[in-house]
Design a protein around this ligand. Sequence first.
Ligand SMILES: C[S@@+](CC[C@H](N)C(=O)[O-])C[C@H]1O[C@@H](n2cnc3c(N)ncnc32)[C@H](O)[C@@H]1O
Length: 391
Amino acid sequence: MNIVRIFEFAAAIIIALFVAYNFLHYVLFMLVTRPKDASKIGHQLNQFERRQLVEWTPQPSDFLKHDDQKRTYDDVFGTYRDEQANYSTCVFPRVAFSCPYKAEYVLLKPKDGMRLLDLGCGSGAAAEYLASRRNIEIVCVTNSSVQADICRRKFAKLGGRGQVIAADFDSLDLPSDNFDAIYALESIGYTKDLDAWLARCWRMLKPGGRRLIRSRGSLDHCRRKEDYLSVTAFFENWRYNFVGANLLVYKMRRLGFSPIRYRRLPFWAWGLTWNFIQHMLLWKYRLKMRTFVELERIIWRTSKVFVFGNPYNTVLATKPEAASCSQQAHASSKVAGDVAERPCHGDSVLPSRSWSSSKRNEENQLQRLPVPSRDHPASDLALSPVHAELS
Ligand SMILES: C[S@@+](CC[C@H](N)C(=O)[O-])C[C@H]1O[C@@H](n2cnc3c(N)ncnc32)[C@H](O)[C@@H]1O
């Protein structure tokens, strides 16, 4: 074979790999943006899902922890990430290396004039993308003051349509029936009270509003105690709970969400995406986060069916048009476990009002809330409900 043939052959392989790689992203995008009807899942929890609700739920003292090396969110994200980077392990662009939040745009269907809430917003990458495509208002919540500052800088160009609250989303107390859509991308696993968190979302959503949750990992396919114990390392290091589609549908159905749709993508597929590979390299080699430094060992000792089937979950639910706060009071009492949230509590604190365009230029309409830091113990923030007020 002469040198020209070798080059042609190499070029053909590179092009074929590039096409295949984009095709993988395209297929994942199509799957995520066409979630399945959830009527067949979420009717019961297995023993590991019940255990995780007790053993893997982060405690108030875990509030700021993000690594076993005693690093906080600010330490992990603030100094290592470019401001334009997204903090999501997985995103589902139509093709690799393209806009990461296209799938959220398709699922949330934002329309001009809508109000959205982003719980656990990271660098505000999703919010910035959505708000740049539609004339919407977005409130972003993060527990990290570094992230909040990044968001504020990014949202400066949105003319007041982007708001940031630096607070614990478990203590959030915003008005009822206030948002057309609420989304949480890879953040629900950090909640210290899943039932209250979901009930709060129900309350803050307007009837007909959409609830989108993306969450990595779940235990609905866990069959062996050894696997459960093995992946407990993720909770021990990250204080992150694998809140899967089955668990979410189980709880959201009881709150009254309907219809509910979901999509589960197996790890062998989402683990090959460009965004995930980038994160892996960052976590493992630059941040040296223990879970990822030891990932091969964890995979080795865990059954491969569990590891490679471990799903990335997308759940999209609607609060029915006819739903009211009184229905929520009833529904939340049906959710397994205690629901700490008082129904319609926000109403007594704040009138529910829409943000008029005259207010749009006031970047700090929302009261500057206690910014979590090492000086403000997590438990302080977690125990005192946050009341956001319009100035
Ligand atoms: C994996 S990142 C995802 C960020 C973002 N949603 C994205 O897609 O790029 C999880 C986010 O949840 C935030 N978070 C974790 N616990 C939180 C809490 N108790 N209250 C508010 N935000 C929290 C983290 O600071 C981080 O921004």
